[in-house]
Design a protein around this ligand. Structure first.
Ligand code: WTA
Length: 629
């Protein structure tokens, strides 16, 4: 029971949820508070190591922290082999449903077998430990198999979200110097086909390091196959060389597992690096406790594997916990707005983890769609990606969870790898707040000087303790890692978010304070959108900002200065929107583009997006002393 009465709108956990929980959360908080290193060590001991670590945490070269130093393991071994060696061998690891309604399932045995076969193929193509492999696909089981196959042989995977387009893919192939690209011929999305292979062909023209392209047949549309470079996945998988077993690469705990590109404050997207050891421990423990994973659960994270949520909580976390995961290929409302509710009913899903934008999108179709289906299998719900507005929270809680399923509103980032601010099933909830930091984490909200702010005051959200699944660096750019995350406040990790903490110690995220825009939960950088705009022949300068949007959370608004000889027209604006879609991806298409004569800039020439945003919202732009007008 809570020690004191909490303020505001509070939802206390039901006794049956508390009784069911696989841990007493108060015990976890207390243990971790006394000894956070010991807490993580205990979790690591649940997993298999070829050699145990000499030291749990090495902080001698801050901020280049190391975890489980000297330990040898492989995350893919812990995801598959440990289960196939036990009674879980024939348990379902993955149930998949395609947008067109077909389904497939994989037992742990089958998933390990196919992963081994694919690992052998990759090895035969010369992929070695440390080589980079890019994956660019829709939400299909082969994406999971590809990631696990890379992990098994120690290759570093770089998954590029299937909603990205030519330039975004090209940039990521080139920066990672990938040797192999795994792509699907296309992906189904809202009944249409996204021609992924065709987009990849365009991106590959300037990606010199890619030697082989492995193509998964999903749509069967006719595509170009370049002789000597492109090979069909299903043909390779049928070769004798793809044996059912494959030796596993023993990885150092600190060896990289994957890189994942994300948008930051300035310039190009950066690749965040995660490791085999610490990352594995962090996501194993957080998923187990937060979503209270039990042996007979069916768990569904509806994110895309192309983002960190999918990496940690569709692919690795559920498999580490030996649970049965569900994956759905398509859009939530296709062909009708009951698609998700129908599948929860059909597969008996117990846990649903999604994003506020999806909840809002489904809410607007009303209660009749979910009410047609039996959702009584649901026990826990989750939310991620942006702050959830209380109205959407209440709808999710009442209409979907029938007031019996607590909502785990998890705040975290590509960089953190795992949930950071999150409830556990026995924590009282307040709609819109992720409650408190996960056990073992000290977080704070600080002012410009790095001092803790008073309750309810807004400030910078920072993290003060290292955690096992923290990013280790930025690929090829350790200086940027130090500058971006660790230099504003010494000894504190800067999240880039602003937040406040109420009198009960509950955290409320306000939003990004940097040049990152969250559109429908997807993270985009103003720089990517702006550079796409200026790559169009008509644009001299561009600025992008995010403005509040009812469904998407934020929508992209752009301001452009046209080059001499071009004039504003609806046709040109539409052409610019399409151009951004082609370069970055459909998610980056601006909601609105305004043609302007000048942009507010500092004397050193930096665009003051804050001023643009304030003007657009009719607010006071604040301190504009550095403005050159
Ligand atoms: C935002 C996604 C409020 C936040 C896992 C963070 C959230 C950024 C929440 C990271 C949440 C994520 N409540 N805001 N529950 N979860 N965010 O790297 O601004 O794609 O910094 O990771 O999403 O986005 P990323």
């Amino acid at each position: 029971m809570p020690e004191k009465q909490l303020s505001g709108e509070v939802y206390y956990p039901k006794q049956q949820i508390i009784d069911h929980a696989n841990a007493k959360c108060q015990d976890l908080y207390e243990f971790a508070k006394k000894d956070y290193v010991g807490f993580w060590e205990k979790e690591a001991n649940d997993l298999k190591w070829f050699k145990k670590w000499d030291r749990v945490l090495d902080d001698s070269k801050k901020p280049f922290y190391k975890w489980f130093v000297g330990g040898k393991t492989n995350i893919a071994y812990n995801c598959l082999d440990v289960h196939t060696e036990t009674y879980r061998r024939n348990k379902l690891a993955l149930i998949w449903e395609g947008e067109k309604g077909e389904s497939q399932s994989y037992s742990y045995f089958a998933l390990r077998r196919d992963t081994c076969r694919f690992s052998n193929i990759l090895r035969s193509l010369g992929v070695k430990k440390g080589d980079r492999v890019t994956l660019y696909m829709g939400r299909i089981p082969e994406l999971m198999i590809g990631m696990l196959a890379c992990a098994r042989i120690g290759a570093i995977h770089s998954v590029v979200y299937g909603g990205f387009s030519v330039e975004a893919l090209h940039e990521r192939l080139e920066d990672s110097q990938s040797k192999v690209l795994i792509v699907s011929d296309g992906a189904y999305q809202r009944g249409k086909i996204v021609p992924l292979k065709q987009i990849a062909d365009e991106a590959l023209i300037r990606a010199a390091t890619v030697e082989s392209v492995l193509v998964v047949k999903r749509t069967g549309e006719s595509i170009n196959m370049e002789a000597g470079r492109d090979m069909w996945y299903h043909e390779l998988m049928a070769l004798p060389i793809a044996g059912n077993s494959c030796t596993i690469e023993e990885m150092d705990a600190e060896d990289p597992l994957f890189m994942l590109y994300t948008s930051g404050t300035t310039g190009k997207p950066k690749a965040i690096l995660h490791t085999h050891g610490g990352y594995m421990v962090g996501i194993y423990a957080t998923l187990k406790y937060v979503f209270d994973i039990h042996e007979d659960d069916r768990y569904w994270c509806a994110a895309d594997p192309g983002w960190i949520t999918g990496h940690s909580y569709i692919v690795y976390g559920p498999l580490l916990n030996g649970t049965t995961s569900f994956m759905y290929e398509g859009a939530p409302t296709h062909p009708y707005p009951n698609r998700w509710w129908q599948m929860i009913d059909k597969y008996g899903i117990n846990i649903l983890y999604t994003a506020p934008t999806a909840i809002r999108g489904l809410m607007r179709f009303g209660d009749a769609w979910p009410n047609r289906h039996d959702l009584s299998s649901l026990r826990l719900l989750g939310s991620v990606g942006e702050p959830i507005n209380p109205e959407a929270w209440r709808w999710y809680y009442k209409t979907i969870g029938k007031e019996k399923c607590p909502i785990m509103d998890t705040w975290w980032q590509t960089e953190t790898g795992m949930f950071m601010i999150t409830p556990m099933p026995c924590v009282p909830l307040k709609p819109g707040s992720g409650t408190k930091p996960f056990p073992g984490l000290e977080m704070d909200i600080v002012d410009e000087e790095g001092k803790s702010v008073k309750p309810n005051e807004e400030g910078y959200l920072v993290i003060k303790t290292p955690w096992p699944s923290m990013l280790r660096s930025i690929w090829n750019d350790p200086d940027r890692y130090v500058n971006q995350y660790w230099s504003k406040f010494p000894g504190m990790y800067l999240t880039g978010d602003s937040a406040r903490r109420d009198e009960d110690g509950y955290y409320w995220i306000i939003g990004r304070v940097d040049d990152v825009i969250k559109v429908s939960g997807y993270r985009l950088g103003t720089a990517e959108i702006e550079s796409a705009l200026v790559s169009h022949s008509s644009v001299a300068e561009a600025a992008a900002i995010g403005l509040p949007h009812e469904l998407k959370g934020n929508a992209i608004h752009c301001f452009v200065i046209l080059k001499a000889g071009f004039s504003k027209s609806d046709k040109l604006i539409e052409e610019l929107r399409q151009h951004v879609g082609h370069e970055v991806g459909p998610i980056a298409k601006p909601e609105q583009i305004d043609v302007v004569d000048s942009l507010p800039k500092t004397r050193s020439g930096k665009i003051m997006r804050r001023v643009l945003k304030a003007r657009a919202l009719g607010l006071d732009p604040g301190n504009i002393s550095t403005l050159e007008e």
